[in-house]
Design a binder for this molecule. Structure first.
Ligand code: NAP
Length: 500
């Protein structure tokens, strides 16, 4: 599939200090379509010198430019203009996201709608005054707590939700008055390049947004190691997050980390069976399981487990796997042959650990799909907590099944993870539902729902799932420093060292 004719897809180069330029010491990379392995386009990538230029431009725009002090209403207006442009290019962007990630067009459209919503949300939130007057007990003192932009932010995003994850960072960073250097995943940079083109068109001042596509090894590391970056906001794998945190610590650079998950889905015996089966399938197999909050660990009451798993297996086998651009496809390919090899290794591991395969466990037979990175929805029954496939993020369409008999056991299994990003609970008993959602140690817990979110509510993880929160007011606070201003309106001699 060749998309290079689409105006938003042509690689315009790096975006540095308000200009599209060719890399000085970077290179180029072919971006592939996971649906058929074809080359979508060639993008320019930054090298270390280009990253230094980007950081210097962001630093200058922060230190001497107008953006940090631009009235909130004007910053809000820019975000709204970006949202309008995104809306006007909704279909183009969805097609680009589908071509680059493999996800279905329906999912891509939902992603773009969420992206538009997040720009609109922060355009609104930033206009709300959060400064606070403090009563010091001294009527001569005006004490205020105010919020100011953090400074230069490096924004590093993963390949599974490229535009969505980057927007969760860019929108609040711009709202707060920060300047940013943006690094998309080398695997899926196209929608972020398109977004920066739209941000440019919306009239962002030079240097406020800079784009440096490239690898984590080169571009990500150069951003992480820079003493001139004030905040690294990273979404990706837990081991990469740990590496970034340890490198950033050398300069005491702030980090915000949104990392992986191994998310339990607890199904009690009284749950409505039809909606529970549907939610477990969607939670596990949407975007072929390449979702940080995928519900890949089913914990089901023993009394209904056999019937429930049989129905899951029947329905999983019927999921239509195919190219994301084909409206008949219900889920698309994995993002690359390399990633599929990792998923296949987990399936082999599950079998060697003694899990019982009840669905999938192989590539599709259809010869029309042979060139793409497809893998069938896979279910392992008879799993237990000691298995690596139960504890590790497989990031593919693999669902494991464990059984419980008591509520306490279900909660203990749900919390038996190094991660803590998201969890789901299904029960018809509201009192039990409330007890269980409060007992689960995860950043988002759904009761009788799964995988949904709103830009106004915080998103992030406990444990190895990260540090900090995106979305909601906390997602704006990540990009702000808190400053206390103390104004004595009646200065007088203090008394400590006075001579009289
Ligand atoms: P990844 O390999 O950790 O990469 C994430 C980003 O970091 C990419 O842009 C990558 O660049 C870059 N990177 C890699 N090594 C780096 C380094 N040493 N220094 C700085 N940057 C570096 O993760 P991924 O495979 O793209 O994404 C999947 C992971 O993201 C999963 O674990 C998933 O759970 C997690 N995720 C979490 C959330 C959440 O909200 N918590 C949301 C989405 C995804 P390259 O691509 O160029 O290597």
């Amino acid at each position: 599939m060749v998309l290079t004719d689409e105006p938003l897809l042509r690689s315009p180069g790096l975006y540095l200090d308000g200009c599209w330029v060719r890399p000085v010491d970077g290179g180029t990379r072919a971006v592939h379509d996971p649906a058929d392995g074809g080359v979508l386009t060639i993008v320019d990538e930054a090298g270390p010198a280009d990253v230094s230029t980007a950081i210097a431009a962001a630093r200058a725009a922060f230190a001497t430019g107008d953006w940090p002090a631009t009235p909130k209403a004007e910053r809000s207006a820019l975000l709204l203009r970006i949202a309008e442009l995104l809306d006007a290019h909704r279909d183009d962007l969805a097609r680009i996201e589908t071509a680059d990630t493999g996800k279905t067009l329906r999912e891509s459209h939902l992603d773009i709608d969420d992206v538009i919503a997040v720009f609109r949300y922060y355009a609104h939130l930033v206009t709300i005054d959060t400064d606070r007057l403090v009563d010091t007990g001294n009527p001569a003192v005006i004490s205020r707590v105010v919020h100011e932009p953090v400074g230069v932010c490096a924004l590093i995003a993963p390949w599974n939700y490229p535009l969505l994850q980057m927007s969760w960072k860019i929108a609040p960073a711009l709202a707060a008055g920060c300047t940013v250097v943006v690094k998309p995943s080398e695997v899926t940079p196209l929608s972020t390049i398109a977004l920066v083109r739209l941000i440019d068109r919306a009239g962002v001042p030079a240097g406020v947004v800079n784009l440096v596509p490239g690898s984590g090894e080169v571009v990500g590391a150069a951003l992480t190691d820079s003493p001139d970056v004030d905040l690294i906001s990273f979404t990706g794998g837990a081991s990469t997050g740990a590496e970034i945190a340890s490198r950033a610590a050398r300069h005491v650079t702030r980090v915000a980390l949104e990392l992986g998950g191994k998310n339990p889905h607890l199904v009690f015996a009284d749950a409505d069976p039809d909606s529970a089966v549907d939610a477990v399938l969607t939670g596990a197999f949407l975007h072929s399981g390449q979702v940080c909050s995928a519900g890949t660990r089913l914990i089901v009451h023993a009394s209904i487990a056999d019937e429930f798993v049989a129905e899951l297996a029947r329905r999983a086998a019927a999921i239509r796997v195919g190219p994301g651009r084909d409206p008949a496809s219900q889920t698309g390919p994995l993002v690359s042959p390399e990633h599929r090899a990792k998923v296949e290794a987990y399936v082999a591991l599950g079998l060697s650990e003694g899990a019982r395969l009840v669905a999938g466990g192989r590539r599709p037979d259809d010869p029309a799909l042979a060139a793409g990175s497809y893998y069938l929805p896979t279910i392992f029954d008879d799993c237990d907590r000691s298995m690596r496939i139960v504890q590790e993020e497989t990031f593919g369409p693999i669902l494991t099944v464990e059984r419980f008999t008591t509520e306490a056991q279900a909660v203990a299994l749900g919390n038996d993870t190094a991660y803590g990003l998201a969890a789901g609970v299904r029960t018809a008993d509201p009192a039990r539902g409330e007890r269980v959602v409060r007992a689960l140690r995860h950043g988002t817990v759904w009761l009788n729902d799964f995988g949904v979110y709103t830009p106004a509510a915080e998103w992030g993880g406990f444990g190895r799932s990260g540090i900090g929160r995106e979305l909601g007011p906390t997602g704006l606070a990540e990009y702000q420093e808190t400053k206390h201003l103390w104004h004595n309106t009646a200065p007088a001699v203090g008394g400590w060292f006075s001579t009289g």
